[in-house]
Design a protein around this ligand. Sequence first.
Ligand SMILES: *[C@@H]1O[C@H](CO)[C@@H](O)[C@H](O)[C@H]1NC(C)=O
Length: 244
Amino acid sequence: MAKSTLASLAALSLAAVVSAQTAPQWGQCGGQGWTGATVCPDGWFCSVLNPYYSQCLQGASVSSISSASSSASGASSGSPTSTSSASGTTPTLIAGNSFIRAVEDPNFHQYLRSETLNSVGTAVLGDPVDAAQFQINNGQLEQLVPDGTILYATVEPPANSTVVKLGISWATTPDTLGTFLWGGDTVEWNSATVSRPQNNAWLVCPDAAGNKLLFLNLGPYDYDTPAGCADETIHAYTGATPTS
Ligand SMILES: *[C@@H]1O[C@H](CO)[C@@H](O)[C@H](O)[C@H]1NC(C)=O
């Protein structure tokens, strides 16, 4: 073998060793059978998505998820708890997930997430940069949190027969009141105990602090809209990044 070939082989294997130490941005960093890099670049962390796949994501790991139960009303007042992501970097869709967004004014291309990012608590719509990612499995709307935790969309039980909307919040335990499903790309919800004329009717009602709270609309779409609310349907978006 010529010296130059040996030299280039040595250079190649050196490059392989160096690259094996740090996974690339958005690259795989773990999972069953994974023999590659398990360290992410500076400013990135290795997020366990499932037993078979971990991925380098930007920002700091979510260290703990409170298991506190969500607020029953879904409403809150005081200072906004909405936060933009630490990095301010637009998320990239992970295979098998969808962003979920409204497509009607005044919430055109506002995206579903937790009021406090990646946390249990009130479900809100917000700017593309903070979009969370979702799957619907076994009738549950699941938010995939970067540390691998699943948060379930839970529907507030109706307090009485005069209630026209139900708060939505994120919890570590599944929803027991009804079933989430896709109707085409539209998020729907139905229940044996809560009757609604339309399974795809949602409302977005800003609270005093400007958080755009998501509610299940118990009435028909775009009719008898509660004061302060806007009718919305919410839809899967599977582009690589959320668009505004
Ligand atoms: C029904 O429940 C709502 C929400 O808790 C409450 O504001 C309202 O006063 C209740 N109405 C009746 C008639 O009980």
